[in-house]
Ligand binder design. Structure first.
Ligand SMILES: Cc1cc2nc3c(=O)[nH]c(=O)nc-3n(C[C@H](O)[C@H](O)[C@H](O)COP(=O)(O)O)c2cc1C
Length: 411
């Protein structure tokens, strides 16, 4: 097991009633030899004193962006570069609102906007504040921007009301952080690799006509980005899509036909994870005409088809180079769970992500999706309709958990 030892965490203490709990978390982290720097927001100062924070962290507290001494010592950019992780607790409704607008109006928001590190938000507020449409909209925006959330929990609040909005306990946050660094260090050390297929394929009848489908490639692209963010080196093999597939971090291979996709998949092996999110055409025309087919009323109108190789089952069955985790996507219009469970078995997958493409405004060609993730034991985890980027993060985390459990050296 890796340790928290020598990790550097920047804690931003916001202006909520739960701010006092930041002191307990800091104590726990210091005991585990974590180095801590803190920023106290203007309102945060109303709830905990700079003196309590300095006494615990043995470090200077940063408060003001226009403090000449602070900037001389360590500027707002250096502060975010110094940290391995930034955590905001409590994250107030106001703070969420500022972050979702991309504000940089004080030291805390400026450091976050300038940061190249993971930012963990720990919301704490009254249940009505949390459930307010504005806060929920900000939550969605922040998740899309890639911020991570711990909580909030359901429970009794300081104001005496009951509901969702209670801050996760320092112990829960501590456990999250420990897992986070364990996994991150391990993944970095192992140098895991993944391949993701996405988009449609085109199967040509002649030089200008083809059989294809409605896949936009968005979901696969988002999964590839999410795996990459977790530290897994990812190759994206994509069919022709309307989606702007562009990322310096991903190794992107562009293909057109199912045959070409299969060839790229074989070239990319071995990998630890394979995610097949592409809508590969099951069939291709048996004969491709060299020239554009002319309209001839007397000709037969029948197109003869033959089967394409099945990339997903090739990966699932592959004895020599089988990825540790093979994930399929299934697009169904009826009996979604039942049919997907059959597909999982038939294609020898470890996980299948099932989506109902019969519903409007989700699935094919949409920014939204609603999926159920099914494992080999038949367990189903449903994710309600959400942005494809959000679903991709969830899927990537489940894949990573599976990968780490499968890895014998990891305990
Ligand atoms: C006694 C008191 C308790 C408060 N508790 C919370 C809280 O738990 N959550 C929250 O979102 N806002 C809370 N507020 C409102 C925030 O303090 C206010 O929105 C502030 O501007 C947030 O500052 P920040 O953006 O630096 O976190 C509270 C205000 C008072 C006066």
């Amino acid at each position: 097991m890796m340790e928290l030892k020598n990790k550097k965490i920047l804690i931003i203490v916001g202006g909520g009633i739960s701010a006092y709990k930041s002191l307990d978390l800091i104590r726990l982290l210091i005991k585990n030899n974590v180095e801590i720097k803190t920023i106290l927001t203007k309102s945060g100062k109303e709830f905990v004193t700079p003196l309590s924070l300095t006494s615990l962290t043995k470090n200077k507290i940063f408060e003001d962006i226009f403090d000449n001494n602070s900037e001389a010592e360590i500027d707002h950019i250096a502060l975010s570069r110094w940290a391995d992780l930034i955590i905001v607790l409590p994250t107030t409704a106001n703070f969420m609102s500022k972050l979702s607008l991309g504000k940089a109006e004080d030291l805390a928001t400026t450091v976050i906007l300038a940061s190249n590190k993971e930012v963990l938000l720990v919301p704490a507020m009254n249940v009505r504040m949390w459930l307010h449409k504005a806060t929920q909209k900000n939550l969605q925006t922040l998740m899309d921007y890639g911020y991570q959330f711990i909580g909030p929990e359901k429970g009794e609040m300081a104001c005496g009301e009951f509901g969702e909005g209670k801050m996760s306990s320092p112990r829960q946050i501590f456990t999250y952080l420990k897992n986070y660094f364990d996994k991150k260090d391990y993944v970095k050390y192992k140098k895991f690799k993944a391949l993701v297929t996405s988009g449609p394929t085109r199967e040509y009848l002649d030089p200008v006509r083809y059989i294809s489908n409605e896949s936009s490639g968005k979901q696969g692209y988002e999964v590839a980005l999410a795996l990459n963010r977790l530290g897994i080196k990812t190759t994206l093999i994509t069919g022709p899509t309307i989606q702007n597939v562009n990322s310096k971090e991903l190794n992107i291979k562009r293909i057109t036909t199912a045959n070409e996709m299969m060839n790229e998949v074989q070239k990319t092996l071995p990998v630890d994870v394979a995610v097949c999110a592409a809508a590969v055409s099951d069939f291709k025309p048996k004969h491709k005409s060299k020239n554009k087919i002319k309209k001839n009323v007397n000709d037969s109108k029948v197109i003869q088809l033959e089967e394409n190789s099945d990339i997903l089952s090739y990966l699932g069955k592959n004895n020599k180079n089988r990825p540790k985790v093979v994930v399929g996507f299934s697009a169904e219009t009826e009996n979604v769970i039942k049919n997907s469970k059959i597909k999982l078995k038939e294609k020898y997958c470890d996980l299948i992500v099932a989506n109902d493409v019969s519903e409007k405004n989700q699935g094919f060609n949409s920014d939204y999706n609603k999926v159920s993730i099914i494992d080999k034991k038949g367990r189903v985890k449903s994710i309600f309709k959400n942005k494809k980027s959000f679903i991709a993060n969830k899927v990537a985390k489940i894949i990573l958990d599976k990968l780490l459990v499968n890895d014998k050296n990891f305990n």
